[in-house]
Design a protein around this ligand. Structure first.
Ligand SMILES: NC(=O)c1ccc[n+]([C@@H]2O[C@H](COP(=O)([O-])OP(=O)(O)OC[C@H]3O[C@@H](n4cnc5c(N)ncnc54)[C@H](OP(=O)(O)O)[C@@H]3O)[C@@H](O)[C@H]2O)c1
Length: 277
């Protein structure tokens, strides 16, 4: 029988590459990113490991696409919409930026927003039309603990990840309202070994203590374990579960005071609770 197809964006390194490795045992793969040679090397390795070409062997398709650009995004969305065996979409491609928003590179900030928000919108739309009509499938949106714990220097990044959580929650409710078996998950990792921090030229040791660093394998396994159960928010690692659980219960005023103290700055004015509290 033909295998189901999993689409992984940002599969050329880090968390996305591990999703591809894990899913290769059960799914055929469509791997998307900009670095074609990386995708082809991964595809070659997986094909060798999983005896492609034999009955039930693995098929891997590589799609080089910049998902922050209209052309790449359209090609990817059309390919996903047309896939009759589509079983899983992992919206994983992403990157961070450094520094205070107004001092930073605006073009890069816009690129990040297009990638995290618009690519997730377009690819999820393409996938859900396909999946809901067939009554099966799942989407994993790779968000971040930053969706809950906002901090100085990641205003745009945290906002896009909060958007991703809100979007995934909205889809969850919509799918439930029509009793669709299609599942959605927001995967919210904390600091994870990948190329993410290298691209930002950040020294991992200065970012967080060793006990806060997660292996991409553990992040992906937590996601895939939770998927059949239909868990909406997945926060891998007990430390991050505890942090998210506490932070989400804090009143905004207290959360902002803690974050301001952590940033070494006192708020300019006393903080008042937000109107909705
Ligand atoms: N590492 C962490 O600490 C951490 C924590 C929480 C959440 N996350 C999230 O996890 C996801 C994966 O990141 P990672 O940690 O695995 O980092 P990574 O190793 O740098 O991987 C990022 C992936 O995104 C792809 N990508 C970036 N821009 C793209 C674009 N314009 N079009 C298509 N693909 C693009 C990259 O491939 P190409 O460069 O080849 O295009 C790469 O495959 C991101 O969404 C990130 O926000 C990471």
């Amino acid at each position: 029988m033909a295998r189901p197809v999993a689409v992984v964006t940002g599969a050329s390194s880090g968390i996305g590459a591990v999703f591809a490795q894990r899913l290769a045992t059960t799914h055929d793969l469509l791997l998307i990113a900009r670095r074609r040679e990386r995708l082809e090397a991964l595809a070659g390795k997986l094909i060798a490991e999983h005896q492609a070409g034999t009955a039930g062997g693995l098929a891997v398709e590589v799609l080089q696409a910049d998902l922050s650009a209209e052309t790449g995004l359209s090609v990817a969305a059309e390919r996903i919409a047309a896939e009759p065996r589509l079983a899983l979409l992992v919206n994983n491609a992403g990157f961070g930026t450094r520094g205070l928003f107004w001092n930073g590179d605006l073009a890069l900030a816009e690129e990040m927003h297009r990638l995290h928000v618009m690519a997730t919108v377009r690819l999820s739309h393409a996938a859900l039309r396909n999946m809901v009509a067939r009554g099966s499938g799942a989407i994993v949106n790779v968000s971040s603990v930053a969706a809950f714990v906002r901090r100085r220097g990641s205003a745009g990044y945290a906002a896009t990840k909060s958007w991703m959580n809100a979007f995934t929650e909205g889809l969850y409710l919509e799918l439930k309202s029509i009793q669709s078996p299609v599942k959605v998950q927001a995967l919210c990792p904390g600091f994870t070994y990948s190329e993410f921090h290298e691209r930002l030229q950040l020294d991992r040791g200065r970012v967080a203590g060793p006990s806060f660093w997660l292996r991409a394998e553990d992040v992906v396994d937590a996601s895939l374990r939770a998927l059949p159960r239909g868990k909406l928010f997945v926060v891998p690692g007990w430390r991050y579960k505890a942090i998210v659980s506490v932070v989400s219960r804090l009143p905004t005023s207290l959360r902002l005071a803690v974050e301001s103290a952590r940033a070494g700055k006192k708020p300019a004015r006393p903080l008042k609770p937000a109107p909705d509290e």
